[in-house]
Structure formats: C-alpha cells, structure tokens
Design a protein around this ligand. Structure first.
Ligand code: 5GP
Length: 199
C-alpha cells in the first residue's frame, strides 16, 4: 500500500500506572508490526536504565519541552507529576501515518480524553483496569522503579485515574495477562479491520 496521503486511525491505551498497559501495547505492536506504529511521547522525566531515547520516549529538558509547547508542537500534553511533563507530538502522528500505519498511544487518562475528543470516531480509546486497587499498588512496588516519594505520588494519582473508566470506548480488565492480550487483539482487529497476516 502506498503511504502517500494515508490517514490512519488511532488506538489509545490508557490506565492507571501499573495496570499493565505497556505490556499489552508491546504485545500488539509486535503482533501487528506492519499495521501499527507506536506514538513515542516526549517527556521531561529522567530516563530509566532500560529505556532508549527516541524509542520509549523523547527525553527533553523542561526548557525544550516548554519551547515545543509554545511552538504548538503538541497534540496534547500534561504535567502528569509535578515538573514531569509528557506529551504527544503532532509530528509523531504524521510520521506514523506516513508509514501507512495506524497510531497506538500509551498515555494517561487526561491526555487520552483529549485525543479522543479531538479525533472522535477515528479513535478507539481502551481503558485498562487492574483487577483490584491493591494489586495495582503491589505491581507498582514490584517494579522497583520509583523512590518512596515518587511511589506515594503515583499511588495518589492511581486512585483518581481509576474513576475515569466510564469516559472511554472500552474497558479491558487485566487479570490474566494472556487473556487481556487476546481481548485487546479482538478489539483492535475489529476496529481497524485488520488481522495478523495482513500484508
Ligand atoms: P511513565 O513515567 O511510567 O513512563 O509514564 C507515566 C504516565 O504518563 C503513564 O500513565 C503514561 O502512559 C503517561 N504518558 C506517557 N506519554 C504520555 C503522553 O504523551 N501524554 C500523556 N498525557 N501521558 C503520557
């Protein structure tokens, strides 16, 4: 398929931190390599050890991030934690469409709501829900990526985020990862009218 002039659709995965959305998103990107492209966000938070700049995120200084805000470069952005900004660059969406692919987002609930409002029916917004709040807290602790103060900030935020469930098109409960991945496949294939084997 020629990518010229291709305007794909969008699938947003949103969830409280630790609900497992990143794992599900990776699974889908791997399964539908030719059809889906990941929207790499820009952020001002520091890079974690295993992360790759330009792949997991574009890691920017606060100054560079602010400059992009004033240049109108973002489709949406949020100060997710104090002094930690995250945003979707308009150029990312265009880049992925120019490859002839649909865009997949892994973003928090407010940004997800904004993208959904902007793109309406072109966009499927899936809220991933943990089986329980305590499981969510355990998962976040097990990840060991947070300092104690950062962990507390994330827990406070998670409580709020869980209340957003009803704002999205679909809710996917991530109890058994394998089942959740399968359900995500079904939702995405139906919305995009694709299958794994598609050329
Ligand atoms: P983390 O620091 O754990 O990678 O991400 C923290 C939160 O920010 C997650 O919920 C993640 O999905 C969200 N996030 C990542 N990129 C963006 C973005 O571009 N915009 C918004 N609004 N949230 C984002």
């Amino acid at each position: 398929m020629s990518a010229r002039g291709f305007r794909g659709k969008m699938v947003i995965f949103t969830a409280p931190s630790g609900a497992g959305k990143t794992t599900i998103v990776r699974h889908l990107l791997n399964r539908y390599k030719k059809q889906l492209g990941f929207s790499t966000s820009a952020t001002t938070r520091s890079k974690r050890e295993h992360e790759v700049d330009g792949k997991d995120y574009y890691f920017l200084t606060i100054e560079k991030f602010r400059k992009k805000i004033s240049d109108g470069a973002f489709a949406e952005y949020e100060e997710v934690y104090q002094d930690q900004f995250y945003g979707t660059l308009k150029s990312e969406i265009e880049r992925i469409w120019s490859l002839g692919k649909h865009v997949v987002f892994d973003i928090e609930v407010k940004g997800a709501t904004n993208i959904k409002h902007m793109y309406g029916d072109e966009c499927l917004a899936i809220f991933i829900k943990p089986p329980s709040f305590s499981i969510l807290v355990d998962r976040l602790k097990n990840r060991k990526s947070e300092s104690p103060s950062s962990l507390n900030k994330r827990i406070a935020r998670m409580k709020k985020e869980l209340s957003y469930e009803s704002s999205f098109d679909k809710v996917l409960v991530n109890d058994l990862l394998e089942v959740a991945c399968k359900e995500a496949e079904i939702m995405v294939e139906a919305f995009l009218n694709i299958s794994e084997e598609e050329e």
